[in-house]
Design a protein around this ligand. Structure first.
Ligand code: SAJ
Length: 419
């Protein structure tokens, strides 16, 4: 069997490599020429645990080839971005273009699988009309399904193998063929449904998380007002067998959780009320965080404060800065006229003029450290070491990373979001 994978990003590349290393012939396609030439040279344009050695194996064995144009194959897998426009409507341009790009290569008996997360009905209403241009009869000559990716960056290979997989075909034969394909490497259970339900399931999962995080953020604000520690309260509440409250923070980043709920808001604006409010709640957290920074500085009587921002990635232990709440917090700090430096051990190249690769340089003459990302490194910061370089010893932890007592013993004024 030969597979053609369209889109070689965070999902497409690991998936292509997985199939190739399980003995299938794979051709990967990306419109980004630089990414393609890097992959051909076994270089990575994204960071993911275990990807390098798997890519080496796939290229060396000859099972994976890559280029900027599709080739004929038995199966086409589409894994391209599905972002939102500035007005929060779904941008399906990449899904459309990818579908269009395979039309000349599709033959009778082929299977087309969409992995990108999309608003429910996209396969039926957006992809099928394009695929009809092949002249093939959909469902008998051309099989189509949605098999949403559900892996978490940083643990993609583990989750690709072990997570359950949802497969929704446009008919039963499409589902069956898709399940057979993914059985190549999926050890989790494969659940069959229809394409639109599969689309809804994926969007629901991420929306569940967004709403739950918004709830936690609301609880954090309430806790600050009534004088309790929300982290301790959530910890205790989660001992209940039917409670699983997520955690507050400076905002929700990434290109999934903060995006997918908008698909439901766009489809049913009158009905998606809680979903919409949750998006707004989470989107308001960076400003809330910046205002708290200003308030803490004011309370200390610091007029022209300097803040060391710790963590630029959108979440802990990843190198991905796209849609990161840290950038929003920084934007608000700039608007409030607060001076800052930025430090992130996972983000190698300086992307911001205020970013430094050196911890000591980041905290030099700072009045406050603000932790915005729960990187492992931040849990083991030495208060006496960083404090020595600071002008004022204040730390504001928005991710509940540090041990309060240890920092207080070392003379720090410790603030925690939601406490
Ligand atoms: N966050 C919180 N509080 C929490 C958990 C997360 O504020 O309790 C924040 C994080 O800091 C981050 C954002 O939410 O800024 C999103 O991070 P995440 O770890 O929840 O999710 P992603 O975006 O890395 O991956 C999600 C996953 N979906 C679910 O867990 C339901 C993943 O399985 C999906 O495959 C992925 O979206 C996707 O591609 O859709």
């Amino acid at each position: 069997k030969k597979i053609c994978v369209i889109g070689l990003g965070y999902i497409g590349l690991p998936t292509a490599v997985m199939f190739a290393n399980h003995g299938l012939q794979v051709h990967g396609v990306d419109i980004n020429e630089k990414a393609v030439s890097m992959i051909q040279k076994k270089q990575l344009h994204i960071e993911e645990n275990g990807l390098q050695e798997r890519l080496n194996q796939a290229i060396d064995s000859g099972k994976l080839t890559v280029s900027t144009t599709p080739e004929e194959a038995d199966v086409f897998i589409i894994a391209v971005p599905s972002p939102i426009n500035p007005d929060k409507t779904a941008n399906l341009d990449y899904v459309r273009a990818a579908t269009q790009s395979i039309v000349p290569y599709v033959r009778s008996g082929n299977l087309v699988v969409l992995e990108s997360t999309v608003p429910p009905r996209t396969v039926e209403d957006v992809m099928l009309p394009i695929l009809r241009e092949t002249g093939l009869e959909i469902g008998t000559e051309l099989y189509v399904s949605h098999s949403p990716e559900r892996v978490i960056p940083g643990r993609i290979f583990e989750e690709l193998t072990n997570n359950d997989r949802i497969i929704g075909g446009i008919n039963e034969e499409s589902s069956r063929l898709t399940a057979e394909l993914y059985k190549t490497f999926v050890k989790g259970t494969i659940h069959l449904t229809d394409a639109t339900t599969a689309e809804m399931v994926k969007v629901m999962e991420n929306t569940y998380r967004d709403v739950n995080i918004a709830f936690a953020n609301e609880l954090a604000k309430i806790s600050e007002k009534i004088g309790i520690d929300v982290w301790e309260a959530i910890r205790l509440a989660n001992f209940h067998p039917r409670v699983n409250i997520h955690f507050p923070g400076p905002g929700v980043g990434g290109h999934c959780i903060a995006v997918d709920p908008w698909f439901l808001v766009e489809l049913q604006p009158e009905l998606a009320k809680m979903i919409h409010l949750s998006r707004q709640t989470n989107d308001s957290m960076p400003e809330y965080t910046a205002l708290k920074i200003k308030q803490i500085l004011n309370e200390k009587g610091i007029k022209h404060g300097r803040v060391a921002v710790f963590g630029l990635a959108f979440k802990g232990n990843v190198d991905d800065m796209r849609e990161s709440p840290s950038l929003e917090v920084i934007h608000h700090l700039e608007q409030l006229g607060i001076d800052y430096t930025a430090y992130d051990p996972h983000i190698k190249e300086n992307q911001l003029s205020q970013q430094t690769q050196e911890l000591e340089q980041a905290v030099a003459h700072a009045d406050m450290i603000v932790i915005l990302t729960d990187h492992q490194e931040f849990k083991y910061l030495q208060p006496e070491q960083v404090g020595a370089h600071m002008r004022t010893s204040i730390i504001f932890d928005t991710k509940h990373c540090i041990e309060r007592g240890l920092w207080e013993e070392n003379g720090f004024d410790v603030h925690v979001l939601g406490d």
